[in-house]
Design a protein around this ligand. Structure first.
Ligand code: EPU
Length: 374
């Protein structure tokens, strides 16, 4: 058995039978022909969204497939194929560096490209499912590589077919995204709210304006008081949006490279609209989002349900910054669990269950795990 604590962002002391790095499609074929995938195994990317509560009896495969390939589509759009083992944030910054728009709101989310697609990650109104054109995956029963159009991936809020029915049956090898060649800022996400992406963009622009040399500032003496040297305020660049997202995430989420965490631990729950209205009498600021794209809503009944922020419910119940033993929540975000070095997966799980039970008992809301519990 080998220690795999360094392979997950929660860094729980966990043992697995062995660790195999998957670096090439040929290696997958080779493993397949040796019957490797017929016994229990576990696929990992960066391990940023998984909690091992016990040792794993089989090998753990770390997907390290690398490669980025941009394919022209037309003068406005392009297709970008990323290998599943590419680092998600680095890939975003590569696209941002090329001025390609579509993934910049998802900057700084920890993980690999494959895991990003499998978990249908999202942030600030941009979702994997909205920019994925197709993906390739090896069918681990036949050994064949298959291509899935986005519509075949059964994407829903933080879900895909590869996280559910096809878990352990397919290995995602690459994801093709469609991006725009010029900035298409998606700033509608809670735009009216304090600390929204839009308000952060405005704040950063003001800071950069203040820091510019006086002679270059808009309206400065000698410039004829025209504001022509200021960028059009409605049109933020891809770089500005990425910088604002990074600034927001850095201010409220822990740095996973230094602190043991897996980001949001639970999904934002869906509740019947009336339940949300009742909770609002107790939490007047409660935000109510439309329930579209939530997997657990019966088709056609989306209008009856709404999504509410789990972080706000937990905060209201006193969970923000609360610590029990070696586990707590981040002082700036009640939905984010953080653990001391060396904390067992079981202890983290028990803490999470206490959070879940409290929300159930006090608000009659069922929290579902966003993190994959193994
Ligand atoms: N809030 C509180 N107290 C808290 C935490 C949050 O009152 O302790 C409030 C916030 O002020 C805000 C609302 O709850 O009004 C929602 O919080 P936030 O904007 O931080 O977003 P979230 O719904 O908690 C989701 C994703 C995040 C993603 C952000 C931004 C889920 C489970 N989480 O968080 O994703 O970064 O939106 O788009 O959907 C992740 O999946 O690991 C993750 C970090």
């Amino acid at each position: 058995m080998v220690d795999i604590s360094a392979l997950t962002s929660l860094r729980t002391p966990t043992q697995a039978e062995s660790v195999i790095e998957i670096n090439s499609p040929n290696q997958i074929s080779d493993l397949f022909s040796r019957g490797f995938f017929q016994k229990p195994f576990y696929l990992l990317g960066l391990g940023a969204n998984v909690l091992f509560t016990k040792d794993f009896p089989g090998p753990v495969c770390v997907i390290k497939l690398k490669g980025r390939n941009a394919v022209a589509k037309n003068s406005q759009e392009l297709l970008v194929e990323l290998a599943a083992g590419e680092n998600w944030h680095e890939s975003v910054m590569w696209a941002v560096g090329n001025n390609w728009s579509g993934m910049e709101n998802m900057a700084l989310i920890p993980g690999t490209v494959g895991a990003a697609a499998v978990g249908n990650i999202a942030a600030y109104g941009q979702n994997q499912q909205d920019i994925i054109d197709s993906l390739t995956a090896v069918n681990l029963t036949t050994g064949q590589t298959e291509t899935f159009a986005a519509s075949d991936c059964h994407f829903a809020y933080r879900e895909s077919i590869f996280k559910n029915e096809f878990a352990g049956k397919y290995l995602v090898t690459s994801v093709t995204y469609h991006l725009f060649r010029t900035a298409r800022p998606e700033l509608s996400y809670h735009a009216a709210r304090h600390a929204s992406l839009l308000s952060e963009l405005k704040r950063l622009r003001e800071v950069s304006e203040v820091n510019r040399p006086l002679r270059n500032r808009a309206g400065a003496a000698g410039t004829g008081s025209s504001r022509t040297d200021l960028p059009d305020t409605d049109q933020y660049s891809v770089q500005e949006v990425a910088a604002a997202v990074i600034s927001l995430r850095t201010s409220k989420l822990p740095d996973w490279t230094k602190i043991n965490t897996a980001g949001s631990f639970f999904k934002n729950p869906r509740v019947p609209r009336q339940v949300a209205e009742n909770i609002k009498t107790r939490i007047p600021d409660l935000q109510i989002y439309p329930a579209e794209k939530l997997s657990y809503i019966p088709p056609g009944r989306e209008a009856d349900f709404v999504k509410i922020p789990a972080g706000m419910l937990l905060d209201q119940l006193g969970w923000k910054g609360k610590k029990i033993g070696h586990v707590g929540t981040y002082p700036h975000h009640a939905l984010v669990i953080v653990a001391d070095p060396g904390t067992s997966g079981q202890e983290i799980y028990e803490f999470a269950e206490k959070m879940r039970t409290d929300v159930q008992t006090q608000l009659a809301v069922n929290l579902e795990y966003e993190v994959v519990v193994v």
